[in-house]
Design a protein around this ligand. Structure first.
Ligand SMILES: [Zn+2]
Ligand SMILES: [Zn+2]
Length: 260
């Protein structure tokens, strides 16, 4: 397969169907070299991964690494942005247990009372310009304060200045995700992100093994906007993640997030 990895997928540990092994098996059948299981972050009120489950996931991952050596497996999380000052729901103690941090905005997360607006879709509650400014600042702070490898579905339920967010992704070395379920951005916004020079990554955001490596939505959109396939970090190559935990190729910069 032309895509070498899928770095945003879910299993029964949060909001998905199927076990980690079901997902690895599917990835192996497709010929993927790498797969990341990135369950919904700990503060999500409906689909959260429980911190206690991480150890079990890692045990399974070790077993699967022996059984399917052809697929490099990452155990990660899809963290939630919790506040305008860039707080996310990955604590310092979680970091050694995670190979990869995907992060995005989701509604219905435990972020109140300090950040009530982060419990609700960010497209409501304030005037358009104020909402966009607030959300853009939240994205930028999250990228600055946390070692986020992939920014998931930018702009989804969280209107922002896409050009600014893409510029920050480039600056901090975070991949700007093109999500396999839905891309909330207009063609103009995607073109603006591309102009800023950020690197894109296509993710399936699969919630069942059969959808792993389904990149139809990103492929259709980049073709329409005129973004070349070479801009996708997982197309005929392997990404170099900012955290660098699973690679010897890049040292992490050890940017730490605010404790909470
Ligand atoms: Zn998500
Ligand atoms: Zn997801």
């Amino acid at each position: 397969m032309a895509f070498w990895g899928d770095y945003h997928t879910h299993t029964v540990y949060s909001h998905g169907k199927g076990s980690i092994e079901d997902s690895v098996l599917k990835a192996a059948k497709l010929g993927l070299r790498e797969l990341a299981i990135t369950e919904h972050g700990f503060n999500h009120l409906c689909y959260n991964l429980r911190r206690g489950e991480l150890a079990k996931m890692r045990e399974q991952a070790e077993m699967l690494a022996e059984k399917y050596p052809q697929v490099k497996l990452y155990i990660g999380v899809e963290a939630n942005i919790l506040s305008p000052n860039g707080k996310i729901d990955v604590r310092e103690a979680d970091k050694p247990k995670l190979d990869l941090t995907v992060c995005g905005y989701h509604k219905l997360v435990r972020a109140f009372p300090a950040s009530l607006q982060y419990f609700l879709p960010n497209n409501i509650g304030l005037s358009g310009a104020k909402t966009i400014a607030r959300n853009t600042a939240a994205y930028l702070s999250a990228l600055e304060k946390n070692e986020i490898d992939i920014l998931s579905h930018p702009g989804n339920s969280c209107k922002c200045d896409v050009r600014e967010v893409a510029r920050a992704c480039k600056y901090f070395g975070t991949y700007f995700e093109l999500n396999g379920k839905r891309i909330a951005l207009s063609d103009e916004e995607l073109a603006a992100a591309a102009e800023e020079g950020c690197e894109f990554i296509a993710s399936s955001d699969a919630h069942s093994p059969r959808r792993i490596a389904d990149f139809a939505v990103p492929l259709q959109r980049i073709e329409r906007v005129g973004i070349p396939l070479s801009r996708l970090a997982n197309y005929e190559r392997l990404p170099l993640f900012r955290s660098g935990k699973c690679k010897d190729t890049k040292e992490g910069e050890n940017v730490t997030g605010e404790e909470f």
